[in-house]
Design a protein around this ligand. Sequence first.
Ligand code: ATP
Length: 272
Amino acid sequence: MTKSSATSGGHCVVDSVGKVYSSSGNDLEIVLKDCSFEVPAGSLTVLLGPSGCGKSTMVKLIAGYETPTLGQVRLDGVPVNGPNADRIVVFQETALFPWMTLQENVAYGPVQAGEAKAAAEREAGALLRTVGLAGFEHRYPTQISGGMQRRAEVARALITRPKLMLLDEPFRGLDHMSRGLMQEYYLKLFDEHRMTTLFVTSEIDEAIFLADRLVVLSYKPTVVKTVIDVDLPRPRNFQMLTSATYGRIKEQALDLLYNEALKAFDQTPAAA
Ligand SMILES: Nc1ncnc2c1ncn2[C@@H]1O[C@H](COP(=O)(O)OP(=O)(O)OP(=O)(O)O)[C@@H](O)[C@H]1O
């Protein structure tokens, strides 16, 4: 995907969305309660909230894998009624096909959509180089590290030119150093393509480092506590983590999250 071919649009509106699950027996659990926020087109919006508050549930509703109990999700004004290639989700777990090379994996979507294999693989190779996988195009997923798999995963999502990228804790489980590098790779791609992104995390530093805006969630029943504009310049670098602006945003987000994290902790059943 070249800069000029980057997809436009992707303005996502989450409008008064609620989600109730029925658990074992007839008990109902209100996970999301009247949540409203927007992902502006071309923005990198981060959904930040304590573990278990319903972040993945929100991603599933926006992706169209599940239906809201109340409210509506809209993409560029059109109500979301199910999954569609205009919204691509990258999960924490790898979904690469183990029997295909990285290049074949990344080219898979366009080839399935009818693009010539050679052209799709050329583009796949270029994207793999952008995410730092030059020289690994012909390796199989089991022959590379977890961090490299995540990068190939992002390349595979990008090649389909979705209107909205949904990344659900894609770097969770990686060691500290790999996670930092992954954040840098994603920011480089974002600076280049400005693809509309909703990035989900429970890590506050990751959230601020990446975001144009933070949507901070409470604990269940979950509401949007606040939206914080992250007015750090782009391109970002790790020196910014010690800036006064960064400190101010972190303090604001931490104040909100601390009490919610305590609630989450209190509701966690004690180990037997
Ligand atoms: N399919 C389902 N059926 C019933 N309850 C569900 C279902 N999916 C999620 N839940 C409930 O929704 C709550 C929120 O789960 P979710 O995975 O969305 O949270 P999360 O914020 O993404 O968590 P984490 O940060 O730990 O990944 C869970 O505690 C669970 O009780």
